[in-house]
Design a protein around this ligand. Structure first.
Ligand SMILES: NC(=O)c1ccc[n+]([C@@H]2O[C@H](COP(=O)([O-])OP(=O)(O)OC[C@H]3O[C@@H](n4cnc5c(N)ncnc54)[C@H](OP(=O)(O)O)[C@@H]3O)[C@@H](O)[C@H]2O)c1
Length: 291
């Protein structure tokens, strides 16, 4: 198949691209580093020339925090809506949208709301759509994985409050496997939460990453929520991840039923194993730990 993949240079996108190419598909990548800026692609006319000969579109562009010209509305809502509209006009029927767990009626953050607006628009079109909502994705090469790995190595692990925020992390290989399955799934028009099969607290998550790096359980530093919030007002100037809204999302915790994704994949998502932190989708497959 000929596949247009946006965000092809990102963590999730490049893992998808590798697996698609390995399976013999032709991938046309779209990202700033490939010469395309979503900020400049907000009309369907901007997309139509790129859709010539394309069978499937996968949208994997996203940001976790706003910075300079990188804003949620153009990147998460306006450009994807223009792309989906162009798909409708060009007759590209199958569209896979990478959204995020929590982009639903409970959404309160600009991150989730901007994704939800694009998801809802796609769901309103007569296309063979899939809206995929991954939980926190881990594996080699992920920006948030790298940050958490560094935090886990600290002599005192910083936790917000008691560190009991709930997570259900999923390995990158399961996200890629879901996307690949969407290409041929007979039943489209599905919204799927891509979650791991284990629920754990943020404190357990960091200790787990610590163990994976060969370190003994670490001592923790409990930071009161209000102090952590105050810290993000400064931190956001250093990293888009350190935004007050991201802390609020962490506090909320996002969990979902693992059964639908298990059914869709025909197997359970991978159990959390230490070596998975160091593997991406390709190396996981070649390491033979797929079930
Ligand atoms: N990683 C997770 O844990 C996770 C969890 C749930 C949902 N998601 C969603 O999954 C998607 C991919 O995430 P990721 O982890 O792969 O993020 P990432 O590594 O930061 O990759 C983001 C991609 O978007 C592209 N991009 C950013 N700004 C752009 C712009 N203005 N125009 C065109 N392309 C642009 C980037 O390429 P350039 O920098 O070259 O432009 C890159 O290819 C996002 O929508 C994210 O919200 C991720």
């Amino acid at each position: 198949m000929n596949i247009l993949l946006t965000g092809a240079s990102g963590f999730i996108g490049r893992n998808i691209a590798c697996q698609l190419s390995a399976a013999g598909h032709q991938v046309r990548g779209v990202s700033r580093s490939q010469g395309f800026d979503f900020c400049q692609m907000q009309g369907s006319a901007d997309w139509l020339p790129l859709l010539d000969g394309i069978d499937v579109v996968i949208n994997s562009v996203g940001i976790i925090g706003e910075a300079a010209t990188q804003r949620f509305t153009p990147l998460h809502t306006l450009a994807p809506q223009a792309l989906f509209r162009a798909c409708h006009e060009a007759g590209v029927r199958r569209v896979v949208q990478i959204s995020a767990l929590g982009a639903d009626a409970s959404a309160f953050s600009a991150y989730h709301l901007s994704k939800l607006a694009a998801d809802d628009y796609l769901r309103s079109l007569d296309l063979d759509w899939f809206v995929l909502r991954p939980s926190l994705v881990y594996g080699h090469g992920g920006t948030s994985s790298a940050l958490f790995m560094r935090m886990a190595r600290l002599p005192l692990i910083p936790l917000i409050g008691a560190g009991q925020q709930q997570l259900q992390p999923v390995h990158i290989s399961d996200v890629v496997a879901t996307v690949i399955a969407c290409l041929s799934a007979p039943q489209a028009k599905q919204t799927l939460d891509i979650v791991g099969n284990q629920r754990l607290s943020f404190a357990e998550w960091l200790q787990c990453m610590r163990r994976a790096q060969g370190l003994a359980p670490g001592r923790v530093l409990h930071i009161p929520l209000m102090l952590a919030m105050a810290g993000t007002w400064l931190g956001r100037w250093f990293s888009p991840l350190l935004q007050p809204d991201n802390l609020r999302m962490l506090q909320t915790g996002y969990l979902a039923d693992v059964q639908p994704i298990t059914q869709f994949l025909g197997r359970s998502p991978r159990a959390l194993e230490p070596q998975l932190f160091f593997l991406d989708a390709t190396t996981t497959t070649s390491a033979g730990s797929a079930t």
